[in-house]
Ligand binder design. Structure first.
Ligand code: BTN
Length: 297
């Protein structure tokens, strides 16, 4: 099977499914700086809700916390979609979580892999990151003008396609499933899933989105390290609040609500997640082991 076919201009991409709002217009490019940047420009110029910007390659792919996002040509799905939500702005934080959960479902349906989620919006397979999501909103006179949600999914990379510094933490569907995935088919399935989940969310509220997300997050109820602006806090990842924020129980029993941070699981001493001490148990039973930190509780 061809794994490097271009997505740009392919017929199967326009539009995805009659009736789906997401993907009613798909603009596909061979190379852009960042699909988020292009989608924001289009949204400012009036692009309608559901417009998708897709690229085979990004020269300045952006990640969360001002990081860059490796986007090699034709190996992944790099796309962004425009939303013009009517629901309360406090719900906005749930959209990246919803997107991560939809992407995880579509991956599971298409490949049989069982992705996990890491707060706020990473999709992991066997503990390594396969997909990241970057949401950017713009307001005019304190009213939400639009939201752009960017999805970066590593599909057909081999290990050597990742920068050296990412190889321990990042993976692709091809590496994990052992076979090539047709990107255009996977994209259709992801967009259909996001469309379905988003409609339900807009119609019936936040509970189902939170429940779907929580179901795939192995960190809930576990000790975690939270990194906010370089500051580290430890606590128990208790739950999500109704706006998708992380509720952390601190050592003194109080609760702290976190809207934006990086989360690392803390493994107890002697577990394979922290093998400095204790027996070396089978690796498979601790899928998040590379997120170990020095600290033991
Ligand atoms: C992260 O995990 O840090 C978020 C990564 C988001 C990457 C995607 S790729 C498509 C879209 N365009 C970008 O520049 N970034 C997002």
């Amino acid at each position: 099977m061809k794994d490097d076919s271009t997505l740009a201009g392919q017929e199967s991409l326009t539009p995805v499914k009659p009736g789906n709002r997401l993907g009613s217009t798909i603009l596909s490019f061979e190379t852009v700086t960042s699909t988020n940047t292009v989608a924001k420009d289009l949204a400012r110029a009036g692009a309608e809700e559901g417009t998708v910007v897709l690229a085979d390659r990004q020269t300045q792919g952006k990640g969360r916390q001002a990081r860059s996002w490796s986007s090699p040509p034709k190996r992944g799905l790099w796309f962004s979609y425009v939303l013009r939500p009517q629901f309360p702005v406090q719900w906005l934080g749930l959209i990246p979580l919803l997107t991560a959960s939809s992407v995880a479902s579509a991956i599971e349906d298409s490949t049989g892999l069982m992705p996990n989620l890491k707060w706020p919006n990473d999709v992991l397979v066997r503990g390594k990151k396969v997909c990241g999501i970057l949401a950017e909103s713009e307001f005019r006179a304190q009213t939400l003008s639009f939201l752009v949600v960017g999805v970066g999914l590593n599909v057909n990379q081999i290990a050597g396609d990742f920068p050296q510094e990412l190889r321990q933490r990042a993976t692709s569907l091809r590496i994990e499933a052992g076979s090539v995935t047709r990107r255009e088919i996977l994209l259709d399935s992801i967009m259909a899933q996001i469309d379905k989940d988003y409609r339900r969310f807009a119609a019936s509220g936040i509970e189902e989105t939170s429940a779907n997300w929580t179901r795939r997050c192995p960190d809930i109820g576990k000790m975690c390290e939270i990194l906010e602006d370089g500051k580290s806090t430890h606590g128990l990842f208790e739950s999500l609040d109704k706006f998708g924020r992380l509720i952390l129980r601190l050592a003194d029993g109080t609760l702290k609500t976190i809207a934006s941070a990086d989360v690392n699981r803390v493994f107890p001493m002697g577990s394979p997640g922290n093998p400095t001490h204790g027996p070396d148990l089978p690796k498979e039973s601790y899928p998040l082991q590379q997120f170990k930190t020095k600290t033991a509780s």
